[in-house]
Ligand binder design. Structure first.
Ligand code: UTP
Length: 289
């Protein structure tokens, strides 16, 4: 059973500068909740009970977001603002959330290595803190956990990406073994379009097994001097341990300006409170574009 999740959120977020100089990019809001909140909610809705967020200096707001604020709660109760109070309380009931510092930003592989004591001998989910998936059915991580329960290997969450964008991602060489299920026979990080092994890219959602730690330890720094998770996963592919699932859901990369704006607009349209009014506003605005 996969009951633990690791959320790497220690990166500098240079694509969201200058905001990310002082506001962690994971704390930039989509409507009224920061990006990391959506990711934690996805984990909990997938059956995860314990979450470790990998953080770094200057991101204390992320830690405070998940702990109770008793003074504010008392004030809201006294002024009968029960809706707001409910929203605050729901946040602190999102499972057990732990934090650990990645002392130097040496890449995603290095960030995940910081979770070794937390995950121990257990398989665990990884969700990147700005990789948000909206799905009316099972959450993306749940779909990966279901695949893990059948296959008991590393599971990569993948989706089809067009040629224009494929070079931004870790791309797999898939061998179909079921409906939307693949055995992964190779993988490359950010390949040129002419070298791509397929159009299926890993999109920020993984189930990893403890074997990943030895693979990370054996991985030398790659592109940008960083320890790349893809390089470590390739070592496990060589041992036949890696699968992929083409998960359902609309995925947003909230870590770059355009992706963040698309996510903001679409989550606002889905919002119960402002959705209808926002849609009317957008339609009116679009007429003048
Ligand atoms: P990104 O590639 O998005 O890097 O990392 P970044 O630093 O966050 O953002 P840019 O590219 O500079 O704009 C993917 C995920 O891995 C985490 C990030 O926080 C993000 O969730 N990460 C990356 C770490 O936790 N530590 C690292 O050393 C690098």
């Amino acid at each position: 059973m996969v009951k633990k999740a690791v959320i790497p959120a220690a990166g500098f977020g240079t694509r969201m500068l200058p905001a990310s100089k002082t506001v962690p990019k994971e704390m930039l809001t989509l409507v009224d909740r920061p990006a990391v909140s959506y990711v934690v909610e996805e984990a909990i809705a997938s059956g995860i009970e314990d979450i470790l967020i990998i953080t770094s200096r200057g991101k204390a707001a992320m830690e405070e977001y998940f702990v109770p604020h008793f003074e504010l709660e008392a004030k809201l109760a006294a002024s009968k603002k029960f809706d707001e109070l409910k929203k605050l309380k729901e946040l602190t009931e999102l499972g057990n959330i732990h934090f650990i510092y990645q002392k130097e930003q040496k890449g995603l592989g290095h960030a995940i290595r910081c979770a070794k004591a937390f995950t121990g001998d257990d398989p665990f989910a990884v969700i990147l803190a700005d990789d948000i998936v909206y799905n009316e059915g099972a959450p993306a991580t749940r779909q990966l956990i279901d695949a893990y329960e059948k296959l008991h290997g590393v599971i990569l969450g993948v989706q089809y990406i067009d040629d224009k964008n494929i070079s931004k991602y870790g791309v797999i060489k898939p061998e179909t073994i079921g409906d939307g299920l693949f055995r992964v026979t190779d993988m490359a990080e950010k390949p040129k379009v002419e070298d791509k092994m397929s159009n299926f890219a890993a999109l920020g959602h993984y189930i990893l097994t403890p074997e990943i730690y030895d693979a990370i330890d054996e991985t030398t720094p790659g592109v940008g001097g960083e320890i790349q998770l893809t390089d470590a996963i390739r070592k496990l592919i060589a041992k036949g341990l890696v699968y992929a699932v083409d998960f359902e859901g609309k995925r947003y990369d909230a870590g770059n300006r355009l992706g963040y704006m698309k996510a903001s607009v679409e989550f606002a349209l889905r919002n119960e409170e402002i959705g209808e009014d926002f849609k009317a506003y957008l339609k009116e605005l679009a007429q003048g574009l």
